[in-house]
Write a protein that binds this ligand. Structure first.
Ligand SMILES: [Zn+2]
Length: 612
């Protein structure tokens, strides 16, 4: 294929710029702790039950790899697996991390647009806070917080605020501060009137809890009414905005992250004041959900820092219902989830303030296995004279929970098996069924949930395809010797490879080469988004590097040699066929025979006497 004569395109490709701006060691290091080992960094692999650090990060190549799971790739691939997201989203997240503005209209806001919203929210947080501290109209709010036992230092530390009972308190000041109304609306602070005749403040007469993102920037608010107000909504939160998603954020995470990383535990409570009371008492690994149930995305977020989530639920019926709803989701996450139940009629905030830190810690320490919890609930709901259908339904509900337990749970397999056996044993005794029957049904349910898993679930390790020796050699040289691409494209070509995987890699290389681009490992990784192929490439690269330093020239020479031999082999094969099948005169036969011998010699790597 002729190399393009046009000048190579400028390196304005977003993917390349993002790749060059982030360091894979930083990104991986924000999920798992890495330590240096020779040239590489190593850490515990998040995708298998890793006892010794099997995940290697190669800062030089900007790749990662786990030998046990047989997976690897570049920084995009790491994020895709870790967050179970598509390439596009990984690109956006990393672009934001690197401060590279994304082109508009492809989902997500440009960094500039977000900056205006951050500014409006930060400005509002200051106003609410100043109002709470100093304004006479905020006196009831100060009284409320004092009655909840929250001290001034806590109010200051978390910058609680107050939004006065007025339709335009914030809007009026925005004009003077030069904050556009449109920004207030987009930030969720103001709402347009239905008849479009103007705007009004979203938060009125409420204690304000600023909600911060991981970088500590205010991105939303939770607002609580004061006792005695006739507003039926006790809490309202900011709506979903480009900066705020309640299903993937947690209150207080920015300031709890360090403590959670240290204790490897995250206590999740349901109220802002519960969270603050715990912090005030010196329990720092506590966060709160934002008026929504703890979900899958929360679990993924916490999994970066914690091995265990302790979910603290109210003792009332609503708390019980919520627990049941979220268990199936949480059990499927590879994190150890525990459920702590508050005694009826008391919330965590009251518990800490009235009974003390130790009483709350004891409740957390006694938090139970959610499977036991599920079973207790199912059995308790079953009347003694329940019919077969009701009994069956409750058995199914327990088995479903059991089947949902992630095979990637951080518990060692032996412990998981033990837990399964305990639950199955209890069920068997209670209903007079055999354990084997119950286990069979559970495995059925598990199979079903496996096949129902989304196809984009890239986190599940896939077996690495084993390449035929020749394909492997070609790919190894392609990856290890960037200059080799021309030779390989010309003399091998995708058609000259046996396996689908190696062909896909070579096609990507041909495409880059045809466009006059570089074809180094990192370029191939950008071009190839299939996680299995990425893993393959990194594996080939690492094994070839591990095999020792062969210089590029020597590698090329080997390949050229091998190409010559393969060519000779094919020729010899053809000559032999002709000899066998064609009727030749004696002279032609002798000639052909001579050629065949020469071809065979070449194929076996012996030099041709004619060349000598
Ligand atoms: Zn692994």
């Amino acid at each position: 294929m002729p190399r393009s004569t046009a000048t190579p395109p400028p390196r304005d490709d977003l993917k390349e710029r993002v790749r060059d701006a982030v360091d894979i060691a930083d990104v991986v290091g924000s999920y798992i702790s890495l330590r240096r080992q020779g040239k590489a960094m190593v850490g515990l692999c998040p995708w298998h039950d890793d006892a010794r650090p099997s995940l290697q990060v190669n800062p030089e190549r900007q790749t990662f790899r786990c030998w046990v799971c047989d997976i690897g790739g570049d920084v995009f691939n790491f994020l895709m697996r870790m967050e179970k997201i598509e390439f596009r989203e990984a690109l956006e997240q990393l672009a934001e991390r690197a401060g590279i503005p994304l082109p508009k209209g492809r989902g997500g806001l440009a960094v500039d647009d977000k900056a205006a919203l951050w500014k409006a929210l930060g400005w509002a947080a200051d106003l609410f806070h100043d109002c709470l501290r100093a304004q006479p109209e905020a006196a009831p709010a100060r009284d409320y917080l004092a009655a909840r036992g929250l001290e001034t230092r806590t109010v200051e530390r978390f910058r609680l605020g107050y939004a006065p009972q007025s339709w335009d308190w914030l809007l009026r000041q925005a004009a003077a501060a030069g904050i556009p109304v449109a920004d207030l609306v987009r930030a969720g602070l103001a709402v347009e009137r239905q008849d479009r005749s103007g705007h009004y403040d979203r938060f009125r007469g409420r204690v304000m809890f600023p909600i911060r993102d991981a970088q500590g920037r205010c991105v939303a608010f939770g607002g609580r009414v004061l006792p005695g107000a006739d507003d039926p909504a006790k809490y309202i939160n900011s709506p979903e905005t480009p900066l705020f998603s309640k299903s993937s954020m947690l209150y207080g995470l920015d300031s709890a992250r360090e403590a959670i990383t240290k204790s490897r535990r995250a206590i999740v409570v349901e109220g802002y004041t519960d969270c603050l009371a715990a912090r005030q008492a010196g329990i720092d690994d506590v966060v709160a959900v934002l008026g929504t149930a703890l979900g899958e995305r929360h679990a993924k977020l916490l999994r970066r820092y914690a091995d265990r989530i302790v979910l603290v639920l109210d003792g009332d019926d609503a708390g019980r219902r919520r627990a049941n709803e979220i268990l199936d989701v949480l059990l499927a996450e590879p994190i150890d989830v525990r459920i702590a139940r508050m005694p009826a009629g008391i919330d965590p905030c009251e518990c800490i303030l009235e009974r003390g830190r130790d009483a709350f810690e004891a409740l957390v320490a006694a938090a139970g296995d959610p499977l036991d919890y599920r079973m207790d609930e199912a059995l308790a709901a079953l009347p003694p004279d329940a019919g077969d259908d009701a009994a069956l339904a409750s058995i199914e509900s327990v088995l479903k929970g059991l089947a949902a337990v992630s095979p990637r749970s951080p518990l060692p397999p032996s412990q998981r098996r033990l837990r399964e056996d305990q639950v199955l044993g209890r069920l068997a005794r209670r209903f007079g069924l055999s354990r084997d029957v119950l286990r069979g049904r559970m495995l059925e349910l598990r199979d079903r949930s496996d096949t129902a898993a989304e196809p984009g679930d890239t986190a599940a390790p896939r077996a690495l395809p084993r390449l035929p020796a020749w394909d492997r050699e070609v790919i190894e040289v392609l990856v290890g010797v960037p200059d080799s691409v021309g030779l390989i494209v010309r003399q091998v070509g995708a058609a000259g490879l046996e396996s689908r995987e190696a062909r896909a890699v070579l096609q990507a290389a041909e495409k880059l080469h045809g466009a006059g681009r570089q074809v180094a490992l990192s370029d191939l990784l950008l071009e190839i988004e299939d996680p299995a192929l990425q893993s393959l490439l990194v594996a080939v690269d690492e094994t070839s590097a591990a095999r020792g330093p062969l210089d590029a020239h020597e590698r090329m020479h080997h390949l050229e040699d091998a190409l010559r031999r393969r060519h000779a082999e094919r020729q010899a094969h053809a000559s032999a066929r002709t000899l066998k099948t064609s009727r030749l005169d004696a002279r032609s036969e002798a000639e052909l025979l001579e050629r065949l011998v020469a071809e065979r010699r070449t194929a076996q790597g012996m030099s041709d006497p004619k060349d000598g």
